[in-house]
Design a protein around this ligand. Structure first.
Ligand SMILES: [Zn+2]
Length: 679
């Protein structure tokens, strides 16, 4: 019985042989994989002759075959179909994987060779080779491969300090969030909530031994979904004030000192690595390139967003006045009055939409049909190929001339062993160097209906399927030479762009009518519903854009600290940062305030919270472009060839320019968010 990870799979498209994979194969393949790649990298660095692309980069790209095969399958299974055995293995091997990756990224001999190549590129390199050298050099520099021993020791200390501080931040946040949950003494105070929400509040209270009361627990962001429906103004105030106070109350869960130490440590680490600030170090390895570029884009949006939020506030105040109330609009009133207007203007009973979104129709006549119309690809289910779970389905994707594109796997349903959310991941990453085909996978968390009944998706789940399929197409269409530049191996502030673009097909004329048909009557989704769904896109966007931008700019401000600068007052720092861009507002608080901004202080988005809107600028511009094209098939071909197909093999801004004929324009985003009138 041989270990199936030790050699490429013989199945079509090298699909991992899931039926043959047993628990005991993982550990053996991990060990063999570490050993194989360590040997392969050592073979590169013992070479005495001068470094060349062929004797350094190419063997590095060829290395790690076993590890790549087993890791893609392992991480896929631990996040979708985990078992106690796999969990134990994950816990034991996560540090080993990190250490193995470090042993390559921080290898001084390897770095010396790559630095030489970076300093004197050969004239005959292809653009992709040149770009690959650039990327490898940047990645290793940012990791600290170029440091001397003393500096490296300091880097290790700083990394440990940062790890400790981020853990402390989370611990404080969780404790303070629990402590600040709002206790409600009388059910009358919950007026406006749905029956199920009131029950949830009662059981949350009971869980804490507070029987006979109701507990409003706090989500991560500043607001609360129930603020839109709670009629009791004082309860709304208590909920929002509790949320905003997190991490800054002077108790043992206070995060202010943690943030000061953390941002100072990150600033020192950045300086050690040769960057002015942490934001410079982070953005050097992103599409944006520099914090200056990030700020230029964010500040362009800030003024129109703030102006629109003021106009929205005036309209809400007029609504309050009209009902005979005499109070001034406060932050905790915003969602309540906005919801009244939303209901009046765009009322769409989303529960009533589900019969129009039957999952098989959405998939075949919507998602796949759109890809056929736009990119000419066709789909065939391969019942002869299996995944790791009976719910996983395998589809073969071909071009209109019949040539192969790859395999697409879909695992639609939720189950206890699957983590939350929706995502795409590759199982076999396309590259021509090793002759790898493409196998990509989408996961969603749709509740599974009883056997024999159809799956009716919600509006959001349908959007999610189109979105995730956009990531899948990015992976499927990649035509790159080198493994590390394949498919969706692109920068974080770029990776959401293709998936956001794919969402547009969901309500596109000619596509929506093709799939959104009532399951019983066959009637198409009414045109006025489609219109209202589209029109609601720009509703309340002054507020939503402002609170997002405030958080994104706050993140940039904290990570623009320089080593040794003097910051002692967290509240003043936050206020100054927001006031400087015109986003300090009592009625529109930042989406996350410093004390609980988990994304950037412990969640891996430091100096990167801007990336959502960065990719949306390109998305909105691309959607406008598609709308203006006479043939979506021809337009799709251009988008596929010049953008999706290049994967991570060139500067994304260059790829965008090549596709669009110019840089991304911010105007379509302003228009989408209803911000253009004031800009
Ligand atoms: Zn996405």
């Amino acid at each position: 019985m041989t270990n199936p990870f030790l050699a490429p799979s013989a199945l079509p498209y090298q699909l991992p042989p899931f039926a043959e994979i047993r628990d005991e194969h993982f550990e053996e393949a991990f060990e063999a994989g570490f050993e194989e790649q360590t040997k392969e990298v050592r073979a590169i660095t013992v070479v005495r002759s001068a470094p060349t692309f062929e004797n350094t980069i190419e063997p590095l790209e060829r290395s790690g075959g076993i590890l790549s095969r087993v890791a893609h399958v392992f991480w896929s299974m631990t996040s979708t179909d985990s078992t106690p055995f796999l969990e134990e293995l994950e816990e034991r091997y996560a540090p080993r994987f990190a250490a193995h990756a470090d042993s390559i990224t921080l290898d001084p001999a390897l770095y010396a060779r790559i630095r030489t190549l970076h300093e004197s590129p050969a004239a005959e390199w292809t653009d992709e080779q040149r770009y690959l050298v650039e990327r490898k050099h940047t990645e290793m520099t940012i990791a600290g491969a170029g440091l001397d021993d003393a500096a490296r020791d300091r880097l290790k200390q700083l990394n440990q300090q940062i790890a400790t501080l981020t853990t402390r931040f989370d611990k404080h946040l969780q404790a303070d969030t629990n402590e600040l949950a709002v206790v409600i003494e009388s059910e009358a105070e919950l007026d406006g909530l749905a029956e199920g929400e009131i029950q949830a509040a009662a059981s949350a209270a009971a869980d804490r031994g507070l029987d006979g009361t109701w507990l409003i627990t706090l989500p991560l962001f500043s607001g609360h979904p129930w603020l839109a429906s709670l009629t009791n103004r004082d309860v709304r105030r208590r909920v929002l004030e509790a949320s905003l106070a997190r991490g800054t109350r002077g108790n043992e869960h206070d995060n202010r000192e943690t943030v000061l130490e953390l941002t100072a440590a990150r600033a020192e680490r950045a300086q050690l690595l040769g960057f002015a600030t942490h934001a410079h170090a982070i953005t050097a390895d992103e599409t944006a390139g520099s914090p200056e570029n990030v700020l230029a884009m964010l500040t362009k949006l800030a003024a129109p967003a703030a102006a629109n939020a003021r106009a929205e506030a005036a309209a809400l105040q007029a609504q309050i006045d009209a009902t005979g109330e005499t109070y001034e609009l406060a932050a905790w009133d915003w969602d309540y009055w906005t919801e009244k207007e939303r209901t009046a203007r765009f009322d769409v009973d989303t529960a009533a939409l589900r019969p129009y979104f039957e999952s098989e129709r959405v998939l075949w006549d919507g998602v796949f049909h759109a890809a056929t119309q736009v990119y000419g690809v066709t789909f065939e289910e391969r019942a002869d190929l299996v995944g790791y779970h009976p719910d996983v389905r395998v589809f073969e994707v071909r071009n209109d001339d019949g040539s192969e594109v790859g395999l697409y796997l879909l695992d639609l349903y939720t189950r206890d062993a699957k983590r939350g959310g929706a995502w795409m991941n590759p199982l076999i990453q396309q590259n021509t160097l090793l002759g790898h085909p493409t196998v990509v996978m989408n996961n969603l968390n749709v509740p599974k209906p009883p056997a024999g009944t159809p799956t009716l998706l919600t509006f959001d789940e349908t959007t999610t399927l189109f979105h995730e399929f956009g990531h899948a197409l990015h992976g499927l269409f990649a035509q790159v030479t080198y493994p590390s530049l394949g498919g969706t191996n692109v920068f974080r502030d770029f990776v959401e762009f293709p998936s956001q673009v794919n969402e547009m097909w969901m309500l596109w004329p000619g596509i929506v009518d093709n799939y959104a048909k009532h399951i019983e009557t066959g009637e198409p989704l009414p045109a006025d519903v489609v219109e209202r769904l589209q029109a609601s896109e720009s509703f309340n966007q002054g507020h939503d854009t402002s609170e997002y931008l405030a958080a994104a700019l706050l993140d940039q401000a904290w990570h623009a600290r320089t080593a040794g600068d003097e910051v002692t007052d967290v509240a003043a720092f936050e206020q100054d940062a927001l006031a400087a861009v015109g986003l300090l507002s009592a009625t529109v608080p930042t989406r996350y305030s410093t004390g609980y901004f988990q994304h950037v202080f412990s969640g891996g988005y430091s100096a990167g919270y801007y990336s959502y809107i960065w990719s949306e600028v390109m998305d909105a511009d691309t959607v406008e472009w598609f709308k203006a094209q006479p043939s979506i098939r021809e337009a799709g071909q251009r988008f596929r060839e010049r953008l999706l197909g290049v994967g991570g093999s060139k500067d994304p801004l260059e790829a965008f320019r090549d596709f669009r004929g110019r840089d991304a324009d911010i105007a379509p985003l302003l228009k989408r968010r209803g911000l253009e009138a004031t800009s």
